[in-house]
Design a protein around this ligand. Sequence first.
Ligand code: CU
Length: 171
Amino acid sequence: MSAFYRSVKAGDILVKKSKVRKNPENLSRKVILWGMGLLLVILFIFIVKGLSSAVTPSSSTSGSSTASNSTSPTGSATAEIKGKVQEVSLNISAAGYNPNKLVVRKGIIVRILTSSTADAGCERGVMIPDFNINEPLDIGSDVLEFTPDKTGTFEFMCQMRMTKGILEVIS
Ligand SMILES: [Cu+2]
């Protein structure tokens, strides 16, 4: 009788103990999970905000007066054919690329005559991924040459992919 009583008591205590032990554990695990979730959400918001604020200034000040997204052209220039090459000028500054749409012809050497200001940071590193171009350009005047072998609308961008322009290759 007393042994039975004792075992019941011990069982009670065990149940109580495990309940007591379980609850705070679950609670702290929940708190940690919620905390991590919240942190992720905050981090995500910061990243998105950082990206948009990095893109907005370059677009709002790029050359022409019309405010627009940095990927939409603020001005367009068509390359001029001169003998065996086609030439087009591109101004590079902290404000971005001006014009930010270049129209060129397929199969003819494109010579982009760049003029970069000293305040142009990574914008002087021009990439055209579709044509495997990644060219660091000098402050002042420099030349970027390549021959487009396909038609279509492509993007050119700074090496950090923040400032963008459009390269349209026509036949
Ligand atoms: Cu950049």
